[in-house]
Design a protein around this ligand. Sequence first.
Ligand code: E4P
Length: 231
Amino acid sequence: MKLYLDTGNIEEIREVAALGVLDGVTTNPTLIAREGKDFTQVIREIVGILKATGKEFTVSAEVTDLHADKMVEQGRALAAIDPHVVVKVPLIPEGIAAVHRLSREGIRTNVTLCFSTNQALLAAKAGAFIVSPFVGRLDDIGEQGLGLIRDIRRVFDNYHFTTQILTASIRHPLHVTEAALAGSDIATIPKQVFMKLFHHPLTEQGNEKFLRDWRAYEEQLRRGTQHGGAQ
Ligand code: E4P
């Protein structure tokens, strides 16, 4: 499963990209607005950081209009920033029409705000490159977000759709594990959750003990050498 960072923050992307495990970035209008910077410039910077990792990647940038013609226009402009940009389009009828038109032009799309299997089916039929079901927001209203990922996986496999499933709206590490178990192609993760993927108390305690023991051993060797003992 590919791991993406869900952010518009350049510093966060730099930090996580340096770990060498990042496959892409998703942004949305809320995340971009939070940074208060020029949209195109932010997307260019993100692309630059990911290019430097030498890995395959995509960066999702979202359209901000309600009409298909305008979305197509915006989508073309976003895709023209860099070939790694995937155009994010909302899962509404006008959005699906725009996805169909963009995909016929060879422009890759990420259909966002997906909350049902039928919506995912529509995105796949329109030729979406990625569909983004939002698991956290479904959990928030008492529905099973991860159940949706499992259902979409089954439908896409049944009919051999190649649209990638991107698990979005991730709130905690268990969402990442469950997305991987459900066969999601991608998980997009906020930075604070991404860093939690590293944590396990036994790793931390174990590493502390290894280092403590190693330092004691080095100290023992140093003393031995000083007293003309061990060479
Ligand atoms: C996905 O691409 C969205 O940007 C994101 O995952 C939304 O998450 P939220 O529900 O935490 O806003």
